[in-house]
Ligand binder design. Structure first.
Ligand code: ADP
Ligand code: MG
Length: 725
């Protein structure tokens, strides 16, 4: 029978229905699937040491993993005290080495037959008898002819992920290599190119056939790199094409509101400000105005560091909307922040004929009902609220603009929920840069982006210190001195918002302890997540009015709170917070013209860890970075004040998967590419994809047909692209 790309795997030699069934459980059903089952690792001669070199390396203090290849000389079980040790001796051209197992001997006992070749990887030691020894190493059995090839010609050997169900049917690396080799031989010519040929030639990419062949059987590490690059490029290219299409579709919509942007009231308001807008604020406002004037509904993200002054930009946009007799919604992630925005807006608009309404969960039913009524009958006003704005009853009948503050706190689903509420209001999303700038265009790819990359002129960068919890007395003294001079201070404890009774008690006891002893001469307040919103509010109000000197709090104050006179923050157990969370917390101070001080308190041993604060990732190995994550994180805060820079560091420390914002974005997982490592490929793929979609939005040109065909294959069911038909 003729084997083709779409043949069921069972028709391959040595497979049959039973094995085929098992292979199907890991997604290999056809020959095509098999060709795309790529190796996860390679054995490459340049990374292999012989026993002599390995010995010298270890003797001179080298303390990393080493890979070595040898032939089994003998294996034995040795009685050692009460237990047995299993030891296998190997030999290569330059000498001998040994592997030992202390546990699971029964499993390893039969695997090392005399004369067989193995590749061994582990961190070796030199024993007191002067032997090079690997304990519990990773090992791969090599076929004899393969290992000779490998040693003589420098061939690269692929290793696959072999799940246990494959092991059970005796399908290991060796059989897979043979199987795939057969598949390549018979079917590689049937593989059709999955990228436009002009994209391949212009960018000197490897074609798909060579890519597949070289992924399995690399000619050289150089070609293997090219194969990997091509797969990464392709993955990014398709996601960027989808983003470009999504954006293009949006821009083709004409059902937006055309706001009149030349509003006398806005001019008056600008004249009433006590400060001058920064250039970045002015530029952003200009972009928003153009959007609001246009028929295309606005779909814009404002990215600006903590304290860069996003609220005022939002407010001016809200003013434009309401002056046009439309309703405008301003949504915040927490009640505290919603209430703060509500009061601030009311205060700033006191001399202006603009109504501001509040809508939050814990509100009095009577007030809520009133606000709902106004919403329903189209009353033009600024409606400030939390996700209560999303509740069913919140039916705006005349919604013109939606602003979402601190968008990284909301998921994509919530975002689209509000947006689909009405026909096509303008949408403005604000975030304090939880992700590196280079990724913004992908994670928020379908949005237009304005970046506020400039701080108001009066700001002095906050000073940040790392201190031991044994130093608390001095820290309290520092607070006392400054409060006596008129400052206000936050003292933050790492109790989570959703905390249970125990933590509530803890917050209470921290409060009582400090309020009744060191700070008994001051007025001290407390806010935590378990308080009723109006109690929280009362404490915040008192603090804002300077009737409290010190506010003890949990992370409820993390987002958006703006109290310019507070310029000291102590963060207890700072090591328990993430980097972006610490940056957000710290952003609560240094908002006025006084010097801000942020003191990160950690256990003694951590604060003592001397780590060069000018460290650069370039000088640290991955292992070093992983081992010192916490101290690197804290030092990064001491050294840097820019949220953009910190986001990059955070990403290096944690990988993109764990970064807030990115997880929330609904962006699919990548199979080949890595958002951190492969940013250069990403931006190349993005530029090319956007250019193609710009020139051929329907993908109707002959050369782009392949994109159209493949795009459906990619990310079919992904929320991120849910609104592209
Ligand atoms: P964020 O971008 O973190 O939301 P806010 O909008 O809360 O920051 O602004 C922080 C503080 O800076 C507020 O007290 C605000 O009134 C003030 N502010 C905003 N723009 C300027 C400016 N151009 N000059 C001086 N102060 C400003
Ligand atoms: Mg804000």
């Amino acid at each position: 029978m003729q084997i083709t790309l779409n043949s069921q795997i069972q028709y391959l030699k040595s497979i049959g229905p039973k094995r085929a069934e098992i292979l199907a459980t890991i997604g290999i059903k056809t020959v095509h699937d098999l060709l795309y089952y790529f190796p996860t690792r390679y054995l490459n001669r340049t990374t292999i040491l012989d026993s002599n070199k390995a010995f010298k390396f270890v003797a001179s203090g080298y303390n990393n993993e080493i890979t070595i290849i040898g032939k089994v000389v003998e294996s034995e079980e040795i009685r050692y005290g009460k237990t047995n040790i299993y030891k296998v001796s190997f030999k290569d051209d330059k000498g001998f080495f040994e592997c030992v197992w202390f546990k699971g001997i029964k499993y390893f006992r039969n695997r090392f037959k005399e004369g067989d070749y193995f590749a061994i990887s582990a961190k070796p030691v030199i024993t007191k008898y002067g032997h090079l020894q690997f304990a519990h190493p990773d090992f791969d059995k090599l076929a004899n002819e393969e290992s000779l090839d490998f040693l003589n010609t420098g061939k690269i050997i692929p290793f696959y992920k072999i799940p246990s169900q494959l092991k059970n049917i005796n399908l290991g690396d060796l059989s897979l290599r043979r199987l795939i080799s057969t598949a390549v031989e018979h079917c590689i010519n049937e593989i059709t190119e999955t990228l436009p040929t002009n994209v391949i030639s212009k960018n000197n990419l490897l074609n798909i056939k060579s890519t597949i062949i070289n992924k399995h059987f690399p000619e050289s590490t150089g070609v293997l790199d090219r194969a990997n690059n091509r797969l990464k490029f392709e993955e990014f290219f398709y996601i960027e094409s989808l983003i470009a299409l999504k954006k293009k579709r949006h821009h083709a919509k004409q059902n937006g509101i055309t706001f009149k942007i030349d509003v006398p009231l806005v001019k008056q308001f600008l004249n009433s400000l006590t400060f001058e807008l920064t250039n970045a604020q002015i530029k952003t406002l200009h972009e928003i105005r153009l959007d609001m004037e246009s028929k295309i509904p606005m779909n814009r993200l404002i990215q600006g560091d903590v304290g860069s002054g996003k609220t005022i930009v939002a407010l001016i946009s809200l003013l434009i909307a309401v002056s046009n007799n439309k309703q405008a919604a301003f949504m915040a992630p927490t009640e505290i922040l919603a209430i703060q925005h509500f009061h601030n807006l009311k205060k700033m608009l006191i001399d202006f004929p603009i109504s501001v309404e509040l809508l939050i969960g814990g509100q009095k039913p009577k007030d809520k009902k009133l606000a709902y009524e106004k919403m329903g009958n189209g009353f033009p006003a600024i409606y400030v609220g939390t996700h209560a704005l999303l509740e069913l009853k919140a039916n705006f009948s005349n919604l013109g603009l939606v602003i979402i503050d601190e968008q990284h706190r909301f998921g994509v689903a919530q975002r689209s929920q509000l947006i689909t509420k009405s026909i096509s209001p303008d949408v403005l999303i604000m975030t304090a840069t939880p992700i590196p700038r280079t990724l913004t265009m992908t994670v928020y790819g379908d949005l237009d982006v304005s970046i506020i990359d400039e701080m108001p002129k009066n700001r002095i960068p906050i000073k940040t210190y790392l201190r031991s919890d044994k130093n608390l007395d001095n820290i309290y003294k520092f607070i006392t001195e400054n409060v006596n001079k008129g400052s206000q201070a936050f003292i933050v404890y790492p109790l989570v918002e959703e905390s249970d009774k125990i933590e509530l008690k803890a917050a209470q006891s921290y409060f009582e302890e400090l309020a009744n002893s060191v700070f008994s001469n001051f007025k001290v307040g407390l806010v935590h997540g378990k308080m009723q919103w109006n109690e929280k509010q009362k404490a915040m109000d008192l603090f804002a009015k300077k009737e409290l000197n010190i506010l003890i709090s949990t992370t409820v104050i993390e987002v958006g709170i703006d109290i310019p006179n507070a310029n000291i923050m102590v963060i207890n157990d700072a090591h328990r917070f993430g980097l972006s969370q610490l940056h957000q917390l710290r952003g609560r101070i240094g908002r006025g013209s006084e010097q801000g001080h942020c003191i990160l308190v950690t256990p003694d041993e951590l604060s003592k860890k001397q780590f060069d604060a000018t460290f650069s990732f370039d000088y640290l190995s991955d292992a070093q970075i992983q081992k010192n994550k916490t101290i690197i994180r804290l030092n990064a805060l001491v050294t840097h004040t820019s949220g953009f820079r910190l986001a990059e560091i955070d990403m290096k420390l944690r990988g993109p998967g764990d970064i807030y914002g990115i997880k929330q974005s609904g962006l699919p997982d990548f199979k080949y590419a890595d958002l951190v490592e492969d940013q250069a490929i990403l931006s190349k793929a993005k530029n090319i994809a956007f250019e193609i979609i710009e020139n051929d939005p329907d993908l109707s040109k002959e050369e782009n047909k392949v994109i159209k065909n493949n795009i459906k294959q990619f990310y079919k069911n992904n929320l991120f692209f849910s609104n592209i038909a």
